[in-house]
Write a protein of this length. Structure first.
Length: 461
């Protein structure tokens, strides 16, 4: 197996002088002219003066903003098709694929509503799907509830610890628990070993649960939690850093403190800067409506996420320490106008990397784009060997339409290439409800779909 490449921790949000992305201007500071000039197609999130002028000219001319910057800058993104990666395996609503950093060569799949985790050898023709854990808890089973997250401790080969995220009931809430592997069988978890590490506040709604967990290159556990649910952010959590909703959290599971089973990293916003002292200690970033999957680039350590939109736009964001991604004041690049909106004063909103429209959006607002979708599924920056033309591109998809895109950015997060990767019209291409992406130890990329299969990308020939 190829060893993991060196990675660096996610960056702290910098000032404009530090070459960070410029914050989105709030409605109080934006004129109608500025609003009209903001491109509504795929847009670089950091723009130099000339690039910004070119995009504005393109917008006024009625052309997609991407026309101002050729999509083929550098190596063009390839045209691909999906194929079944493990033809002898089928799962029930698979939502996570993960692997521990050990030498056993196993992959693990989470089934959302059966609340089971299976392991299998990373071999194409395997039929060996072994039950690893049957969660010993009653869980909520609304469409967006269930067993939603799995993360193996970085030292799993020594301590056998792994963590799960699930929707608990009575009352409805989200839970992150630690389990350990059985001492007698490395392919069985010990169901009696559960230790609850973190619990959310009571959640009145069954949707927008986030549910993804993973360890960052810094060794801390990251947790994504949606805005509480329903629609229009009725709990007004999006711009409220004092609660956990609509946020990505970061905790230290190895050094508990203050009577809790976890500690707070010293550079979490509330601890590192007085202007964030009112933030909840666990909060790492805010303004996220419902992140459905995030990942760390194994080469750079950058934290990428797909954030599900309301009724018009889906977005990809790169998450930084103390970053604010705009919800409920913005939906992707666009103002989201509801009564009572306000921007969190300590962290002006940052724009996404890219966005894509919903099909109900009028064509005039979509600016000619037909690559529509309704529910983003965040993916990974591709670092594998099977498709060299895809290396360095962040790959993401849409649950409803089955579209898959790739996007490349430069060191300033300006988009250098962005395109659909698969041809939905190809006779070889099945319609997939894309629930998740996953990687193996060699950085091969996989797609989990609600046909129960695990798929992979291959060149379209």
């Amino acid at each position: 197996m190829r060893p993991d490449r060196p990675i660096r921790p996610p960056p702290v949000a910098k000032t404009v002088a530090g070459r960070s992305r410029r914050p989105i201007r709030t409605a109080l500071h934006r004129t109608p002219e500025i609003h009209r000039m903001r491109p509504s197609t795929i847009v670089p999130s950091r723009l130099g003066l000339l690039a910004g002028l070119a995009l504005a000219v393109a917008a006024f001319a009625g052309r997609p903003a991407s026309a101002a910057r050729p999509q083929g800058e550098g190596q063009p993104l390839p045209k691909l098709v999906t194929e079944v990666a493990f033809p002898n395996l089928t799962f029930d609503r698979p939502v996570v694929l993960a692997y521990p950093k050990d030498d056993r060569g196993l992959l693990f799949v989470v089934e959302q509503h059966t609340a089971r985790i299976f392991s299998f050898p990373n071999e194409e023709r395997t039929e060996d799907a072994t039950l690893f854990l049957d969660l010993p808890r009653t869980i909520g089973k609304d469409n967006e509830e269930g067993l939603l997250g799995l993360a193996f401790h970085p030292d799993y080969s020594e301590n056998g610890q792994f963590f799960v995220y699930y929707s608990a009931t009575e009352p409805r809430r989200s839970v992150v628990s630690r389990f350990t592997v059985s001492k007698d069988d490395p392919r069985k978890a010990d169901p009696e070993s559960e230790q609850v590490i973190w619990e959310s506040a009571q959640d009145p709604y069954g949707n927008h649960n986030g549910g993804h967990i993973d360890f960052g290159p810094d060794g801390f556990l990251y947790i994504t939690l949606g805005d509480g649910g329903l629609a229009d952010d009725p709990l007004r959590t999006g711009q409220d850093p004092t609660d956990w909703f609509a946020s990505i959290l970061r905790i230290d599971v190895d050094h508990p403190e203050g009577g809790k089973p976890y500690g707070i990293p010293a550079d979490n916003p509330a601890r590192r800067d007085p202007k964030f002292s009112h933030w909840a200690p666990e909060v790492f970033a805010i303004g996220l409506r419902n992140v459905w999957k995030f990942s760390f680039d194994r080469e750079t350590g950058d934290l990428w996420a797909g954030d599900v939109g309301q009724n018009k736009w889906e977005e990809v964001v790169k998450v930084v320490n103390a970053g604010n991604y705009g919800w409920n004041v913005y939906e992707a690049f666009h103002p989201f106008q509801i009564r009572g909106n306000r921007v969190e004063r300590s962290s002006p909103p940052l724009p996404p990397i890219v966005e894509y429209p919903h099909p109900e959006l009028p064509a005039s607002q979509r600016r000619g784009r037909d690559d529509v979708g309704k529910s983003i599924t965040g993916g990974y920056v591709y670092r594998g060997d099977r498709i060299p033309e895809l290396v360095g591109a962040y790959v993401y998809g849409d649950f409803e339409t089955g579209r898959i895109w790739g996007v490349r950015v430069d060191e300033d997060d300006s988009v250098t290439a962005s395109a659909e990767l698969i041809e939905l019209s190809s006779s070889r291409q099945p319609k997939l409800n894309i629930a998740a992406f996953g990687e193996d130890a060699e950085a091969n990329l996989y797609i989990l779909a609600f046909d129960g299969r695990i798929h992979r990308l291959s060149p379209l020939r």
